[in-house]
Design a protein around this ligand. Structure first.
Ligand code: AQP
Length: 323
């Protein structure tokens, strides 16, 4: 079985992009060698109130469990419960270069919001540590994470060359459908927890009325032709991609079934609502018992720590730290 690792930031409510680009693939691929985490340390890279971070973290954990992550079948944990993540990040920061971190596009997009804090600049190294600590072979992520996976690969290779074989060099696993869901109001930008407008983002917890309202208001174009063309028709193409991802079809195939934008929009809204409704029902059950959520995450952290400790010691010994 291939070792898998992936994570999600509790920086806001999980959205359709997170669900299609990552979470549903984690659920489909979960097995005893899969590690999934809520990467709470990453959420400190942009200003956030402590109470909001606490709330988001529990909501994020409940959302993942409600989406089908089964802590009996995989290891599900909170990043900050395993202190080897920032410890390994430090060792990796000492092989990473300013130049390669400067090239990270997510840093450029969010730097204004970080008010010059260093965490946002170095967080791709922490993400590399998240991955390399578990000897992950495969990292199921959305398309926006390509650059970060590449960095993790480069750091692993550089470390291995300098200090001898230590890390597995991971591969990104990017889905064919739903890898980059775009903001409904600005279809040239990806849907995002922290950057998008509320109308442009469909939350996992949105009720049917909100979903219909947001999809109806989705920005399209004036030519009236339902056709898949990412460049000329970004809004319609985004809706076609969403429906294709939710129905295991292709955007081109879906386009053939619709003549009017309004009909396409109604079908998209219905498919989203049907997918999210059962998740929302389970979410309420998990949120009603925060003690149980904490218990589940603590068991996961114990399991994750066993693997992480071993890799960290290997890396620490390789650079000359005394174990
Ligand atoms: N729009 C998207 N379409 C497809 N996949 C997406 N992902 C994020 N946005 C989209 C994937 O979701 C997983 C978790 O993402 P993250 O929480 O680590 O943060 P992110 O990539 O920076 O995503 P967000 O939602 O936009 O959060 P903020 O606003 O906090 O940065 C990843 O696998 C990601 O690829």
């Amino acid at each position: 079985m291939m070792r898998v690792l992936s994570g999600i930031q509790p920086s806001g409510t999980i959205h359709l992009g997170n669900y299609l680009g990552a979470i549903r693939n984690w659920v489909a691929e979960q097995h005893e060698d899969a590690y999934y985490c809520v990467v709470d340390l990453h959420s400190l890279t942009l200003p956030i109130e402590p109470s909001e971070l606490r709330e988001n973290t529990l909501e994020c954990a409940a959302s993942l469990l409600a989406s089908g992550i089964d802590p009996e079948r995989c290891t599900f944990f909170l990043q900050s419960h395993v202190p080897y993540h920032p410890q390994l990040a430090w060792l990796l920061e000492c092989v990473a270069t300013m130049g390669e971190l400067n090239r990270m596009t997510q840093y450029k997009e969010k730097s204004e919001k970080s008010q010059g804090k260093v965490g946002l600049f170095t967080y791709p190294v922490l993400m590399a540590a998240d991955i390399l600590l578990y000897d992950a072979v495969s990292v199921p992520v959305g398309d926006d994470q390509r650059q970060h996976i590449e960095l993790a690969r480069n750091l692993a290779e550089r470390f291995n060359t300098r200090y001898g074989p230590t890390f597995v060099v991971p591969e990104g696993a990017i889905p064919t459908a739903g890898a980059r869901v775009m903001d409904l109001q600005q279809p040239e930008r990806k849907m995002s927890k922290s950057v998008s407008s509320p109308l442009g983002t469909i939350s996992l917890l949105d009720g049917a009325d909100d979903v219909v309202k947001k999809v109806k208001k989705a920005v399209t174009d004036t030519d009236g032709d339902v056709r898949y063309d990412r460049v000329a028709k970004p809004g319609i193409s985004n809706l076609l991609e969403i429906l294709a991802a939710l129905t295991n079809s292709t955007p081109q195939g879906i386009a053939e079934h619709f003549e009017r934008y309004g009909d396409l929009k109604m079908a998209v809204a219905e498919a989203i609502t049907n997918t999210f409704r059962p998740v929302q029902e389970r979410y309420e059950t998990y949120m009603a018992d925060p003690a149980e959520l904490r218990r589940v995450m603590s068991i996961g952290a114990d399991r994750a720590s066993l693997v992480a400790a071993e890799t960290y010691r290997r890396a620490a010994a390789a650079v000359g730290l005394i174990n």
